[in-house]
Design a protein. Sequence first.
Length: 174
Amino acid sequence: GPVDRNLVKDGAIHAGHGTIYTEKEYSDFTVRFEFKLPPGGNNGLAIRYPGSDDTAYHGLCELQVLDNPHPSYHDKLNPRQYHGSAYAMVPSRRGFLRPAGEWNYQVVTVKGFAIQVDLNGTRILDTDLHKVDPKTFMYPLESFKGRNRTKGHFGFAGHGSAVLYRNIEIKELP
């Protein structure tokens, strides 16, 4: 499984292949962590993931972890694909990601269908997935089968290149 193919070295998870996720399921929670992207790196945070299928469509959402300044993505991305975005649903604010190879600090808070993402001390996403007009999504609403999930696993969705994660703390909210 994905756990065998992802390395833990020098206190960091090298998340590159498949989805690694918590044993426990969470409803409302805050997660804090540091991450380092390789050049062109692509990963995602699985929010309320059911434990199988695609995190972006079967979980509540996938929050992008992406080195979007990399030339390979230049002019090819929808705003809903940049780092910190609720993938294909809600765009994040840009310009707060440190260069590839540097550690970033991120805090994600999920309460009900509201999601906040703070990157290096700046709020880059503050949305309620049920208050956004689905006509603005990249794909039809029925693509997002997990958008009403009230609990699920938290995890890292690997898309090939190893993104490093460390100092991960997750806390349930009342």
